[in-house]
Design a protein around this ligand. Structure first.
Ligand code: DOR
Ligand code: ZN
Length: 346
């Protein structure tokens, strides 16, 4: 492999948190900087994005910060998201609906406790060919904890796929070998996103380091290996979704109760390139970060206004991404990567 890679199209990131207000204005410019021109934006704002109008207004705010990125939007599943809403959403160009099981992660208080009441909504989505994004964890209970919450969710994935076989479903941010196996067992309408940080982390690096803490948490070395194998396998079911989730530094520094989320947006493509290079699989990179997700989602995009080249060059991750009062600590802060993204406006 040569020491640079020119991308015919910039990368696409199918799981992005950028928030709103000052945090949004800080983070949105780092999407392009990370090498990405299509970003699928998560709806867990406060309050969550549950209406078509709220999604349209949010998209307009995002575009006002960076018009060179295509922002795809998804609604936060709540009782307001009815079959009627789905029809309007389809017309408004909204791509999907995200399920947050109640209480499992950041801003999931308004999330779902029972799926059956949403079957008519899922049926309408299947009919409209929209995408269901699943945060695949069960809430903690006597027998469920952060280490088995994803595996315990997998029967729900299979049940939804069985009931709605044509509904396109994405199991978001897979962290376990069991999740990878379950996605493989499902038909072609079920896919999965894999983050950059889960290609590196295991539970040992999360313990004692709140900057590596996210939901679902990183699991065992055998799980990390399964994720890397899936991402580099060339199977179109597995594609990139960074789950980059910025939190103000103060919320990450709390010992007990630190916010869940790893921020990778500013260097997203470089982290993935590093992991693929270490695995000797750079030849599979473009499909994973650029082609497979686009194919699955069928989103219409304008011509990219910038070109992305990955260059093999030392790349020290800064200690912070700062904008006035907003300070966010990126993944692997202070560490060296061996790939750098060069962005050229066309
Ligand atoms: O770690 C996470 N952070 N996981 C999620 O699902 C949500 C995200 C956030 O919004 O901060
Ligand atoms: Zn997320």
């Amino acid at each position: 492999m040569s020491d640079f890679i020119v991308f015919p199209k910039p990368a696409a990131d199918f799981h992005v948190h950028v928030r709103d207000g000052d945090m949004m204005r800080t983070v949105v410019p780092t999407i392009k900087q990370g090498g990405v021109s299509l970003a699928y934006i998560m709806p867990n704002l406060i309050p969550p994005v549950t209406t078509v109008l709220a999604a349209q207004e949010y998209r307009a705010r995002l575009e006002s910060v960076d018009s060179s990125v295509t922002f795809a939007t998804t609604l936060y599943l709540s009782p307001e998201v009815t079959p009627d809403t789905i029809q309007q959403a389809k017309k408004a160009g909204i791509s999907g609906v995200k399920v947050y099981p109640a209480g499992v992660t950041t801003n999931s208080d308004h999330g779902v406790s029972s799926y059956a009441s949403f079957y008519p909504t899922f049926a309408a989505m299947e009919e409209a060919d929209m995408v269901l994004n699943l945060h695949g964890e069960c809430p903690s209970s006597d027998h469920i904890n952060v280490l088995n919450a994803e595996e315990e969710f997998l029967p729900t994935l299979k049940d939804l796929h069985f009931r709605f076989p044509k509904l396109r479903i994405v199991l978001e941010h897979c962290t376990s070998a069991a999740a990878i196996a379950a996605v493989r067992e499902c038909g072609p309408t079920v896919a999965a996103t894999i983050t950059a940080h889960h290609l590196f982390l295991t539970i040992d690096e999360v313990t004692g380091n709140s900057y590596n803490f996210c939901k679902p948490v990183a699991k065992f070395p055998s799980d990390r290996k399964a994720l890397l194998e899936a991402a580099t396998s060339g199977e179109s079911k597995f594609f990139f979704g960074s789950d980059s989730a910025p939190h103000p530094i103060a919320n990450k520094q709390k010992g007990q109760g630190a916010a869940a989320g790893v921020f990778t947006q500013s260097h997203s493509l470089a982290y993935v390139a590093e992991a693929f290079d270490l695995a000797g699989k750079l030849d599979k990179l473009q499909d994973f970060v650029s082609n497979f997700g686009r194919e699955f989602y069928k989103i219409t995009e304008d011509q990219p206004t910038f070109q992305v080249t990955l260059v093999k060059e030392d790349n020290i991750i800064p200690n912070t991404v700062t904008n006035g009062d907003i300070v966010v600590v990126p993944f692997k802060a202070g560490e060296k990567l061996h790939w750098k993204v060069i962005v050229k406006d066309l």
